[in-house]
Write a protein that binds this ligand. Structure first.
Ligand code: FEO
Length: 404
């Protein structure tokens, strides 16, 4: 592929992974990209690499611009394998290149590679290197996404190379936000930003706000943000910064989501009446059956909606395993600022609703109680109870939403 110049003498040399549909368990129906960047200056500098299976493509991209052995510096903003696993292939070709990374980056690289002969230079926030006409400033961003993560700011070009942050899993021939919006839509781009944030960065929302404030305090003017996935923000970098601030502040839509699974449709029938009850109160209600939906998609919908109801039949006195899988995934993402409740059908002892409430309370979420538990198939009277449960949840949600 041909490189794309994103700023004077700074080129995207990454790859588009059109076919990936499962990114370590995260479903990526639109593929992704592994972006990395080459700066042609007195000291040719590569920022990040790509996923190892794509080394050959990246090296050819670079060869369009210069001989690979001209690379003097390699900045590793993030060591996760989708960005750093091709580093070994690059170092085979330029073994004397200097590597710049965070202290945790160096530690992490030592677990993936034999670094004994590599010239690794540890950098921290505020450190700068001059590579000729351009100056690179490093900013540590631990846990956005891993402990090693950092960003690189090219001072003369007001360019923030932000690794995972501000990325999206989108394989697209558009390289820039304005190109993508022209070819597709802002809504599609926004969905991709939210989907990525919900599944990758939700646990770290509390870090995002202070980190953006820190960037402001450093007085950095940002005219372009170049993440390691998806499109590059050249027209509206402030749009994605504001979107991140909104998400970090817990912004969500005043809508209800029902996620459920079912064995013999009794719990499913309960969702019909509950959803109608929610609608009766004037709120939109989405319904997701878990075994029919990728977990990452269900999580994105959870993130979008201020309130979620979780439906599960009881199996052996406990919640149904697909529901538990969702809750386990959700727990790891440390959700906040959401109202939740539970319901389900049972045959004799029950137990699922109780178990789900215990888990939701342990997560520190706002719970709507009591849940509703029905024996076997809902009767007409039970349907009315479900309808009222949905109405009650929606009313509570409207109150709760006002606090944001
Ligand atoms: Fe795209 Fe945390 O790696």
């Amino acid at each position: 592929m041909k490189p794309v110049e994103i700023k004077p003498n700074i080129f995207w040399v990454g790859v588009i992974d059109w076919s990936i549909r499962d990114f370590h368990g995260y479903i990526t129906p639109k593929g992704t990209t592994y972006n990395n960047y080459l700066i042609l200056d007195k000291e040719v500098t590569l920022i990040d690499t790509v996923k190892e299976g794509f080394s050959e493509v990246m090296l050819k991209n670079i060869a369009h611009l210069t001989s690979v052995d001209k690379i003097k510096n390699i900045v590793i903003n993030h060591i996760e394998n989708d960005h750093a696993s091709a580093l070994g292939n690059v170092m085979d070709l330029v073994p004397s290149a200097k590597i710049f990374t965070s202290a945790k980056g160096k530690e992490g690289l030592s677990r993936f590679f034999d670094i004994s002969k590599w010239d690794i230079n540890v950098v921290k926030t505020g450190d700068k290197i001059n590579i000729g006409s351009k100056t690179l400033l490093f900013i540590e961003t631990p846990m956005l996404h891993w402990p090693d993560s950092m960003m690189t700011y090219v001072c003369e070009d007001e360019l923030l190379i932000s690794q995972d942050a501000f990325g999206q899993h989108l394989a697209t021939s558009a390289r820039f936000d304005d190109e993508f919006i022209n070819a597709c839509s802002l809504n599609e781009l926004q969905d991709a930003v939210i989907d990525y944030y919900a599944n990758i960065l939700m646990p770290f929302g509390f870090i995002i706000k202070p980190k953006i404030e820190e960037l402001n305090k450093l007085g950095l003017k940002i005219s372009m943000i170049a993440p390691d996935h998806g499109i590059i923000w050249r027209k509206s970098p402030e749009w994605v910064i504001n979107k991140y601030l909104d998400m970090a502040n817990g912004k969500a839509e005043e809508k209800v989501l029902i996620v459920y699974d079912t064995m013999w449709k009794s719990t499913e029938y309960m969702t019909y009446s509950i959803a109608q009850g929610v609608k009766e109160e004037g709120l939109d209600c989405k319904v997701i059956k878990l075994r029919a939906t990728p977990l990452s998609w269900a999580i994105t919908q959870f993130w979008n909606c201020r309130g979620t109801l979780i439906g599960s039949p009881t199996l052996n006195n406990l919640a149904f395993p697909p529901v538990m899988q969702f809750l386990q995934y959700l727990k790891g993402l440390r959700p906040k600022n959401r109202l939740v409740g539970a319901f389900g059908s049972y045959g004799w002892g029950g137990g699922a609703v109780k178990e789900i409430y215990e888990l939701l309370k342990n997560m520190g979420l706002e719970v709507y109680e009591p849940g509703i538990q029905l024996k076997y198939r809902p009767s007409l009277e039970d349907e009315e109870k479900c309808f009222e449960f949905g109405r009650g949840f929606a009313r509570k949600l409207k109150e709760y939403h006002k606090s944001f």
